[in-house]
Write a protein of this length. Structure first.
Length: 94
């Protein structure tokens, strides 16, 4: 169900090679990808879900949500996010 988020954000991160984007956006995209690697690959392999059933409507709604959510966030990180790199050293300073 979370595979679209992982694949789409990897695509957007791949697109950053062609243009100059700020470091904070790339860092946040990498955090997103690591989170969805855990949700898509690691967590399902570690859970004991044998003989458990899930309604198909939940599967399709989660898949659909991730098809919309990941492109919106990826596009925001590439086009609109304008974070200063000083946020790494002092995130709460104005």
């Amino acid at each position: 169900m979370e595979l679209p988020s992982l694949a789409i954000m990897c695509y957007f991160l791949y697109r950053t090679n062609n243009e100059n984007y700020n470091t904070v956006s790339i860092f946040l995209m990498c955090c997103w990808i690591l989170h969805y690697i855990n949700r898509t690959i690691i967590f399902p392999l570690r859970t004991k879900t044998a003989h458990k059933k899930m309604p198909v409507s939940i599967v399709f709604s989660a898949f659909g949500f991730n098809l919309v959510n990941a492109p919106l966030n990826g596009y925001f990180f590439l086009k609109f996010a304008n974070y200063q790199t000083a946020i790494f050293s002092s995130p709460f300073k104005q």
